[in-house]
Design a protein around this ligand. Structure first.
Ligand code: HEM
Length: 423
């Protein structure tokens, strides 16, 4: 039985699971993490295997470290069977075409207001943090959560902290716990107010959805759990700021993409968003526990083993993505994407499995903001843009500092606000 790999996993970050797979003759990693036996897989067939609930269950698989920071305790991520499908349907009910278009409009307006401030202020700004504030203001209003601009900014900062601290036992972890405790308390109070009629939850909002949601047994979520799930809409939407920072990194390294984004080529903008999600590191792997004794390509996986899918490895597998370490949005032009192939937000069908329900929101907002970013003129002062793959979640070290921000030629011509209407 191999020694527990947890310290190595924390040390090696995104490279840990690919390295364990490379060490194995057939690419199937056999290891131990968090005191448990673990098997690491990669590839579309492995994703199909893992996303089959007959094989892999989530209850009892998610470490406390991750629940106390990233997701909260008792979230949809940890449910199986009917409990999961009923809770998941609540998230998916928010993902309507009109709802996403509304969030996109709000995000674009918040970005334009912020960008005018960067231009007028004349000071350098950290794009990752600014994008978090833009997204925080937009998504809190969209979700029906009444906050002052300062409160929305505090929420955005706390959401960034929750994401930043989920995979480290150090100070970032404790910052994440404090951020979560603060926002769970705020959202719990809000939900209690809504339930006793002291606050109105706008129809169709995330606030109304979690306040009214009944679980598989017809019971409402207790206010604290409802707050956890409300944050599971808001926090990951704010986390799109990571992809905005990565988009700026990509435009810096590959400036030739700027003109095509500026031109309003919608297909290219979508391909660019997919390539940012594929190319740059975010979630390293997902996993659950073997529901029973399993066999994968001749490998025995005893019941209870953690089964991990190497998302980072799969998004850089040369058999799926020729020249995987080249940033090439064109690879996504004129091509359908198989549900088990591109997996930055998990794989399979979000209605029946654990695939991220927020993928349409992510791609829509990333497209919108990448185009707006490309239409700004700005400088990048000297800074550390390095992205360490040992740090989870990775990020450009500086957060991408931009200075001397001016509306770009195209945005002046089109008027940024009118550059793309809602779909
Ligand atoms: C920054 C962009 C995002 C990334 C990188 C991301 C990534 C992921 C990943 C890797 C999973 C786990 C899939 C699995 O366990 O198999 C997931 C699940 C989830 N995501 Fe996202 N996500 C993002 C944005 C969003 C957004 C915008 C929302 C909601 C508005 C959202 C809500 C959720 C929820 C509720 C789950 C749990 C699904 C379940 O267990 O059934 N995410 N996400």
């Amino acid at each position: 039985m191999p020694l527990d790999n947890t310290p190595l996993m924390l040390l090696e970050g995104y490279g840990w699971l690919p390295a364990r797979r490379r060490e194995a003759p057939d690419g199937v990693a056999r290891t131990r993490v968090l005191g448990r036996r673990a098997t690491g897989l990669c590839g579309p067939d492995a994703a199909r295997f893992l996303y089959d609930e007959d094989h892999v269950l989530r209850h009892g698989a998610l470490p406390g470290l991750v629940q106390s920071t990233l997701f909260g305790h008792g979230p949809v991520h940890t449910l199986d069977g009917a409990d999961h499908r009923v809770r998941k349907a609540m998230f998916l009910s928010l993902m309507t075409t009109a709802g996403i278009a509304d969030l996109r409009r709000r995000t674009a307006a918040a970005w334009d207001e912020a960008a005018a401030g960067w231009a007028a202020g004349g000071e350098p700004v950290v794009l990752l943090d600014e994008a978090a504030r833009v997204l925080g203001r937009a998504v809190s209003a969209w979700a029906g959560v009444p906050l002052s601009p300062d409160e929305a900014d505090e929420l955005a900062g706390d959401c960034v902290a929750m994401v930043d601290g989920f995979a480290t036992p150090g100070p970032r972890h404790w910052r994440a716990r404090r951020a979560r405790a603060r926002q769970e308390a705020r959202m719990t109070r809000l939900l209690e107010d809504v339930r006793r009629g002291a606050r109105h939850a706008p129809g169709g909002s995330a606030l109304a959805a979690v306040a009214r949601h009944a679980d598989a047994h017809g019971e409402r979520l207790d206010p604290h759990l409802a707050a956890v799930e409300l944050l599971n809409v808001i926090r990951p939407t704010v986390a799109v700021c990571w992809f905005v920072a990565y988009a700026a990194h990509a435009l810096h390294r590959r400036p030739e993409h700027r003109a095509r984004l500026r031109s309003g080529d919608e297909d290219f903008a979508e391909a660019f968003a997919h390539e940012v999600r594929r190319f740059y590191p975010f979630a390293p792997f997902v996993g659950g526990r073997a529901a029973r004794d399993l066999t994968w390509r001749g490998h025995e996986i005893p019941e209870g083993t953690l089964v991990l899918l190497d998302l980072w490895g799969q998004n850089h597998d040369p058999d799926l993505w020729p020249e995987p370490y080249a940033f090439r949005p064109e690879r996504f032009l004129g091509r359908a994407i198989d549900p088990f192939e591109l997996v930055p937000q998990g794989g399979g069908d979000p209605r029946t499995g654990h695939r991220c329900p927020g993928e349409d929101i992510t791609v829509t907002l990333l497209r919108e903001l990448a185009v707006r970013l490309a239409r700004l003129d700005y400088d990048l002062p000297p800074q550390d843009l390095g992205i360490s793959l040992r740090r989870v979640p990775a990020r450009p070290a500086s957060g991408v500092v931009i200075s001397d921000v001016r509306p770009g030629a195209t945005s002046r011509l089109l008027g940024v606000r009118a550059s793309r209407g809602p779909s």
